[in-house]
Design a protein around this ligand. Structure first.
Ligand code: SF4
Ligand code: SF4
Length: 345
C-alpha cells in the first residue's frame, strides 16, 4: 500500500482494514440529527476560520500543513487574548512511557492540584471546567471497595455493582458519587474524618475512549498519553460515555478564559484553548512533559503525594514506587490498563 493511500485510509478511518466509517460518512449519516442534538462541532466553531475547518487530522498533516495550521492558530489566539501565544508541536520523546503514581495516604484534599491544572491547561472559568476531581470519603467507611465507589448505579443495572457512572452523569454531576463527594467545602483540610481520592484521566493503555471515537479524533500518543485533536472532534461524546473514570469534559458552551489568566505557552494536542462543542481532558500536561518538565499538579501538591516519570526506566521514581509500595489501580476490572497508580505508605 502506498504511503498516500495509507494516509487517506487513516483519514477515512479504514487503516486497520475494518469496516470503519469515515468521519465524512459518519457526519452525513447523522445529518440533521447531529445538528439538532449536539452543540456545533469544532468545524463550525465561531472562532475557527474556513482554513481551520478544512484542515486534516493532526497525525496526517505534512510538516508544511502543520506549520500553516500552527501559524493560523498562533495568530488567532494572539489577537484573541491580546498577548503573544505560542502553539508547539513538540514530538513525543523516544523510549518513554509516561506513568503517574499518587499516594492516597498523603493527600490532604486541598485541591491545589485542581487549581494548578486549571491555570496551566487553560480550562474554561465559566462554565468552570476541571479535569481533576478530588473525591472526599468518610474515613473508616471502607470506601475503597469497588461496590461503594460504584454506588449510584440502579440496582436493576445488568452490570450489577459495576455501573459505569456513579452518583450522576459524567458531565452533569450531582456532587455525590456513591459515598464520595467532590464539592466539599471544609473550613480546613485535612479533616479528621475524611480521606481523599483524586481522579483524573488514567491514561489507559487500552483506552475505552479511543475505541469509542467514531472519527479517531482521540488517540494514544507514542508516550502512552491519550490526546484529542480538537479540530477533528465532532462533539458526539461517545468517548465520554465510554470512559469508566469520569475523566472527560465537554464544552457545552463557548469556554470563557480571561485574557489575564490565559497561559500563552501551549501545545497543539494539549492546553491550547478549546472551543464550544469539543471534548477535553487531562493530558499529563503534554506541553510540559514533552519538554522534560513535571505536570503542573505534581509541582503544585504541597505534600508530595503526586509522582510522575518514565515507566520504561527502572530507576525512575514511579518504577521504584511500583516495586516497593502497596499499589492499586482504580476500576481495574474494566481492563483499560491505566498508567495511573494509587499507592499507600
Ligand atoms: S481514563 Fe477515560 S479518558 Fe482517560 S484514557 Fe482511560 S478511558 Fe480514556
Ligand atoms: S466527542 Fe469524543 S468520541 Fe466524539 S469525536 Fe470528539 S473525541 Fe471522538
Amino acid at each position: 500500500m502506498s504511503e498516500d493511500k495509507r494516509k487517506k485510509d487513516i483519514a477515512e478511518g479504514q487503516d486497520d482494514g475494518k469496516a470503519k466509517e469515515s468521519r465524512r460518512d459518519f457526519l452525513k449519516k447523522l445529518g440533521v440529527a447531529t445538528a439538532a442534538t449536539t452543540v456545533a462541532p469544532a468545524a463550525t466553531a465561531k472562532a475557527g476560520s474556513i482554513a481551520e475547518a478544512l484542515q486534516t487530522h493532526f497525525r496526517l498533516m505534512s510538516d508544511d500543513e502543520k506549520k500553516n495550521a500552527i501559524a493560523r492558530l498562533e495568530k488567532r489566539y494572539t489577537e484573541q487574548f491580546s498577548k503573544q501565544v505560542t502553539v508547539a508541536d513538540t514530538p513525543a520523546p523516544e523510549g518513554v512511557l509516561f506513568g503517574y503514581a499518587l499516594n492516597i495516604s498523603k493527600c490532604i484534599g486541598c485541591r491545589r492540584c485542581v487549581e494548578a491544572c486549571v491555570r496551566e491547561n487553560n480550562q474554561s472559568r465559566d462554565p468552570a471546567i476541571q479535569w481533576i476531581r478530588v473525591l472526599r470519603m468518610e474515613r473508616g467507611n471502607n470506601t475503597f471497595e469497588l461496590k461503594e465507589l460504584n454506588e449510584g448505579s440502579p440496582s436493576s443495572n445488568p452490570l450489577g455493582d459495576y455501573g459505569i457512572q456513579s452518583g450522576g452523569h459524567a458531565d452533569k454531576h450531582v456532587g455525590l458519587s456513591g459515598s464520595t463527594e467532590h464539592y466539599y467545602e471544609p473550613e480546613q483540610v485535612p479533616e479528621d474524618d475524611a480521606i481523599y481520592f483524586p481522579v483524573q484521566c488514567q491514561q489507559c493503555e487500552d483506552p475505552a475512549c479511543v475505541k469509542a471515537c467514531p472519527v479517531r479524533a482521540t488517540f494514544r500518543d507514542p508516550n502512552g498519553i491519550v490526546v484529542i485533536d480538537y479540530n477533528w472532534c465532532i462533539g458526539c461524546r461517545m468517548c465520554q460515555l465510554a470512559c469508566p473514570y469520569w475523566a472527560r469534559r465537554f464544552n457545552w458552551g463557548e469556554p470563557v478564559l480571561p485574557n489575564e489568566d490565559m497561559n500563552p505557552k501551549t501545545h497543539y494536542l494539549g492546553n491550547r484553548p478549546r472551543m464550544r462543542g469539543v471534548m477535553e481532558k487531562c493530558t499529563f500536561c503534554l506541553q510540559r512533559v514533552r519538554d522534560g518538565r513535571y505536570p503542573a499538579c505534581v509541582e503544585a501538591c504541597p505534600v508530595g503525594a503526586r509522582k510522575f516519570g518514565n515507566l520504561l526506566d527502572p530507576k525512575s521514581e514511579v518504577r521504584k514506587i511500583l516495586a516497593t509500595k502497596k499499589v492499586f489501580r482504580f476500576k481495574e476490572e474494566f481492563n483499560t490498563d491505566p498508567k495511573f497508580f494509587y499507592y499507600m505508605d
